[in-house]
Design a protein around this ligand. Sequence first.
Ligand code: PNS
Length: 168
Amino acid sequence: MNNTVICPGSFDPVTLGHVDIIKRASKMFDKVIVAVLVNMSKTPSFTIDERIEFLKIALGDVDNIEIVGFSGLLADYAKERGAKAVVKGLRAMSDFEYEFQMALTNKKLNPELDTVFLTSDSQYMYLSSSMVKQVASLGGDISFFVPESIHAKVYERLKTGTRKETLK
Ligand code: PNS
């Protein structure tokens, strides 16, 4: 039986919450394709190659994971790779409407493709890539939020973009 699934996302950058969901999925399914995709409603801070590099460093110890970048539709990519489901993490009710809309759109485009939601670990419920970016760009400590193996690289990259407004 084909037990390949896709964990898609912007991963801009990958957080401990993402790592937790991907590792849990890797224990449930034979193969997990982690796909860095384009979210047209977000302007990324990292290139797709940088995001792939961070994911590879953070998840290098997991055997049944493949990390890829793709610029088209998730529904098409899932078909091309023979994946039977999309796996996504749900942090709170506020995620639900957006995730539900994406799951139904993907199902319409590829009727073979189901979406499986994993509940976020309670310690990562509040965590998001955009929060990580905001904290780092203002010089804050992101070591609680991103894997230790990448936190210096992520911090260095973001803090160079530090923009301090002068307050009157
Ligand atoms: O981490 P994100 O930004 O919430 O992930 C959203 C993502 C990248 C999975 C979504 O935008 C996506 O699937 N993009 C690929 C293009 C696509 O298939 N769009 C139609 C389905 S919403």
